[in-house]
Design a protein around this ligand. Structure first.
Ligand code: ADP
Length: 543
């Protein structure tokens, strides 16, 4: 891996975690000391709303400017707010609340752009480790913010702390400014604008993002209350979850990310999912024991944090794979928001569940959900396959076309037969008719799908993530023309490669035009076109 990428990402994720960690720890305490009501303190968590809603403005990051510019702007904005706080000393609680909101807005936007940058600059094999670093960097930032900076605040007051945070926000930009990001081209930006957010296959990944961390979040939210009820004090809790658990989570994220790059996405999701579920079962075990020694509590909680970190790194890597480069920030953020919403929902409902079921059964239920995550991963995750497109007028489809489809479908994970609709061309069958005939003729091929477009084939290919264009070659005349077309398409879409498949020797002279000519002379064409086409031709002839 290019040695520069990891430090860039690590510092940026760390920079997001810093203020977030500080404010989530500090605000409830400061608000309570100031005599605010519990309701007000509860509502203060709404200040983190930008994190849940960032998918709304994420597409703008792909559309305008570069990711680097967005990151720099967001960090500068954060530094400005922090400097302002340093000036007024942080004594004004309402100013502090407003600042917390704007810092969340800036950090969430920085996150959107950084995720997009990561998708664009990382090779597929680098993504595992990079996601480990992402999770670890963010957690480290949170702990530094909630621990070290909070201690600094207590001992030296607001002015110094906020000034230090502002400086750190600026420093975090250094690795990024020294790296060189190739800005997106005008074409790729236009392509991004045209890409719809929905694409085939993303439904599965979104469901996976929703369920994969559900059981774990459902369990973790009730861990502290359980331990407090078991008589653990704040200091012990801090050491167990804040220090030991935190370090285990950090190690788990790095190990999980590294392993995801080695053993593959599918296996990682399943193995780490199993670990995650068994670690949640550990909580059920603690809850069912009359008395659990401190050693057991340490072991179980650390293992859970470790497994959770592993699982998260694998999930984030899969989410990165599912993001298109042209729309990286928007694609990734949508998935990340689904994770945030799912885990938020699970945490919110965990109290109701534990209250109604009691701790033990609550954790058993969480275990069931976590086991479900493993099945969901096994069922939902498919390795993103190689998609090829076979395009033509197909007016009507012939056995020559079908033979190309049969051979191409054996070579690729998915083959899309694309009926090109050209309103200026005189045709015998409408686009819908041609598509319907081809669909019927290829019904026996499970990985073949028929679609039609009035637009450019390269645009369609981009939309579907296809990387190969299949063409049939009947002879030297085809070869000349097809080679030129291949060059044109390559210049339009460099990621798209054209491959040629030679025609069957017996079908060298067959074309749709020839088929229609033969039909007019009343010749028997039953050996030249697929059965559904023949049926349709007879129907037309009878009319
Ligand atoms: P277009 O829409 O390009 O005019 P067609 O719809 O006839 O052409 O064909 C689409 C593709 O199928 C082209 O790659 C063409 O070379 C290929 N093809 C056409 N007829 C045959 C055949 N008999 N055998 C193999 N390939 C063929």
């Amino acid at each position: 891996m290019n040695g520069k990428k990891l430090p860039v990402l690590a510092t940026l994720y760390l920079a997001q975690g810093l203020p977030f960690g500080f404010f989530t720890q500090a605000l409830p305490v400061l608000l309570r000391k100031d005599g605010r009501t519990l309701e007000q303190i509860g509502f203060a968590s709404l200040l983190a709303l930008p994190w849940a809603l960032k998918f709304v403005w994420a597409p703008l990051v792909d559309r305008f400017g570069t990711q680097k510019k967005w990151i720099v702007a967001a960090q500068l904005g954060a530094a400005l707010v922090l400097f302002a706080l340093a000036m007024i000393g942080g004594g004004d609680l309402d100013a502090l609340l407003a600042a917390a909101f704007f810092l969340n807005l800036a950090a969430a936007t920085q996150d959107v752009a950084t995720d997009g940058l990561a998708v664009r600059m990382l090779e597929e094999k680098e993504r595992g480790l990079a996601n480990g670093v992402q999770v670890a960097g963010y957690r480290l930032g949170m702990i530094l913010g909630g621990g070290v900076l909070l201690a600094l605040y207590e001992s030296t007051g607001g002015r110094f702390t906020f000034a230090a945070m502002a400086l750190l926000s600026l420093l975090a930009l250094a690795p990024l400014l020294r790296s060189d990001e190739s800005p997106p081209t005008v074409e790729s930006r236009q392509a991004a604008a045209k890409l719809p957010w929905w694409r085939p296959g993303i439904g599965r990944i979104l469901i996976l993002a929703f369920v994969y961390k559900l059981g774990e979040a459902f369990a973790s939210a009730m861990l502290r209350p359980l331990l407090v009820d078991r008589g653990l004090g704040l200091t012990e809790l801090g050491a167990m979850l804040g220090t030991a658990g935190f370090l285990a989570g950090l190690a788990g994220a790095l190990a999980g990310g590294f392993l995801t790059g080695k053993i593959g996405r599918r296996r990682s999701l399943i193995y780490f999912g199993v670990l995650q579920a068994s670690s949640v079962a550990g909580y059920a075990l603690i809850a069912s024991l009359e008395h659990a020694s401190l050693a057991i509590l340490y072991a179980v909680t650390s293992f859970e944090h470790f497994a959770s970190g592993m699982a998260t790194a694998a999930l984030f890597t899969v989410m990165m794979d599912a993001s298109r480069r042209e729309r990286a920030a928007g694609d990734y953020t949508l998935q990340a928001s689904v994770v945030v919403i799912a885990t938020g929902l699970a945490s919110a409902l965990s109290g109701v569940s534990a209250g109604a079921l009691g701790y033990r059964d609550h954790f058993v239920l969480a275990t069931v959900l976590a086991v479900g995550a493993v099945f969901a991963a096994a069922y939902l995750y498919r390795r993103p396959g190689r998609i090829a497109i076979y395009a033509g007028s197909f007016d009507p489809p012939t056995l020559g076309h079908l033979s190309i489809v049969e051979r191409a479908s054996a070579m690729f994970d998915r083959l899309i037969v694309l009926v090109a609709i050209n309103p200026d061309k005189k045709v015998m069958f409408s686009g819908a008719e041609r598509a319907a005939m081809f669909a019927e003729a290829t019904a026996h091929l499970a990985n073949v799908e028929v679609a039609s477009t009035e637009g450019y084939v390269v645009d369609f290919a981009r939309e579907r993530g296809a990387t190969v264009l299949v063409r049939g070659l009947r002879g030297s005349a085809d070869a000349d023309y097809e080679t030129k077309m291949a060059h044109v398409n390559q210049s339009l879409a460099p990621e798209l490669t054209t491959i040629f498949i030679p025609a069957e020797p017996s079908l060298l002279d067959l074309s749709s035009t020839r088929l229609k000519e033969l039909l007019q002379t009343g010749a028997d064409v039953s050996g030249l076109c697929p059965k559904p086409v023949l049926a349709k031709l007879r129907l037309v002839a009878d009319e």
